[in-house]
Design a protein around this ligand. Structure first.
Ligand code: NAD
Length: 369
């Protein structure tokens, strides 16, 4: 079938010893960037995404178009669909799965708890079951989250810090994913690597995240809510630029060992790893707004309010020495230069003509595509 041909073509590596990667959530923010980076290196990439309407589906279709230009095919389907996944594993001998499909966002869980259970736990287990049955068994690298550190105040966060105080259902499902991974590694010898991303931002980002909707509201002259803690301390995030996250994902894929299989012939246990991927320098939300004000050349109308208990945590800060040791992960983009690229993308994507747009075209700015 034409469909099968596209699946094969897209997932065949173009370089010697290239990877063949199934990227779940490929129409998503991080998934689309990782897919393009892998393809550019000559690896084979097949995407899967259900194009759900958690946020503007047009943005997901836009990313799909961009991927199509790079000859990356996205299968439209759900990771809960066992039949579809097993068919894909039958057609393609994937070496790796980069699992990024999830119900993201912390506040939405208060209204839609079941969608988190369905995708982040049910979907993950279904994927692991299918990988277990696949031959060869691909190594799995997947997105956990800095949210697993929850209300832990012992910063910077290291991978061995406590993760038993989730502040949201989202965090609880990500933590559950890490526990579930442990069992599939232990019983079935699957190779599993969890990446705890810290607040990822950049072009083609997610409209439900603060930097994105602040930009939107500020360009439209609307007021924004800036949170402080109950005791009036600043809320801060370890904002991490998408290109740094992509490098971390590729590094984790490149260093992932093969699954050993249940009762495997290979001696020793299969790999089970957990890494922080952050920026190592938290910035307050207040400062984030100041940077956006100067990039957009507008004054924000700020409502400073105390953070409600809506799943958000007061601050995050990553220690990334483990990822540096094992695959040379080193974030290189500070918030100002990363936001400059985001704002530039935002204004041109939404066709906002402004003087600011031209000013952002600094000579050493090279676009990604
Ligand atoms: P995203 O929402 O843009 O991407 C996720 C994609 O998965 C979406 O395109 C969605 O349509 C798809 N999807 C969701 N459920 C699915 C299902 N059941 N079957 C098939 N497709 C499904 O989010 P993102 O920011 O790119 O995040 C990628 C991963 O990283 C997620 O696992 C997220 O939880 C995690 N993460 C992101 C951040 C961040 O700041 N962006 C931080 C920590 C962790």
């Amino acid at each position: 079938a034409a469909w099968e041909k596209q699946v094969r073509h897209s997932s065949t590596p173009r370089r010697a010893n290239g990877l063949s990667v199934l990227v779940t959530g490929a129409a998503g923010f991080v998934g689309s960037h990782c897919s393009m980076a892998l393809k550019k290196r000559g690896d084979g990439v097949l995407g899967i995404d259900n194009f759900n309407s958690y946020y503007d589906p047009l943005l997901k279709r836009g990313r799909q178009k961009l991927l199509a230009q790079h000859e990356i095919f996205i299968v439209e389907g759900d990771i809960n669909d066992a039949e579809l996944l097993s068919k894909l594993f039958d057609i393609v001998p994937f070496t790796h799965v980069l699992h990024l499909a999830a119900q993201a966002g912390v506040r939405y869980a208060m209204k839609n708890p079941q969608s988190y259970i369905k995708s982040n736990i049910g979907g993950f287990v279904n994927l692991l079951e299918m990988v277990k049955l696949a031959n060869p068994q691909p190594a799995i690298v997947w997105a956990s989250s800095s949210s697993v550190y929850g209300l832990n105040t012992n910063v910077p966060f290291s991978e061995n810090h406590r993760t038993d105080q989730p502040a949201s259902l989202y965090a609880a499902t990500k933590k559950a994913g890490e526990e579930i991974a442990h069992t599939y590694n232990h019983i079935y010898g699957l190779s599993l690597t969890a990446l705890r991303f810290f607040t990822v931002y950049g072009p083609w980002g997610r409209p439900d995240m603060a930097y994105f909707f602040f930009t939107k509201d500020m360009t439209q002259g609307k007021p924004i809510n800036v949170y402080v803690t109950q005791d009036d301390k600043e809320v801060a995030r370890d904002f991490t630029y998408i290109d740094d996250i992509v490098k971390g994902c590729l590094g984790a894929l490149d260093t992932a060992e093969k699954s050993t299989g249940s009762g495997g012939k290979k001696k020793g246990p299969a790999q089970l790893r957990v890494y922080n991927l952050g920026n190592t320098s938290p910035v307050s939300v207040k400062k984030l707004v100041t940077i956006l004000e100067s990039l957009l050349n507008v004054k924000a109308k700020k409502n400073v309010i105390k953070m409600p208990r809506n799943g958000d945590v007061p601050f995050t800060h990553a220690n990334v020495s483990l990822a540096y040791r094992d695959f040379g992960y080193k974030p290189t983009t500070d918030l100002s230069s990363g936001l400059r690229k985001f704002v530039k993308w935002y204004l041109s994507y939404y066709g906002i003509q402004s003087k600011v747009n031209k000013e952002l075209d600094s000579p050493n700015d090279h676009s990604e595509d």
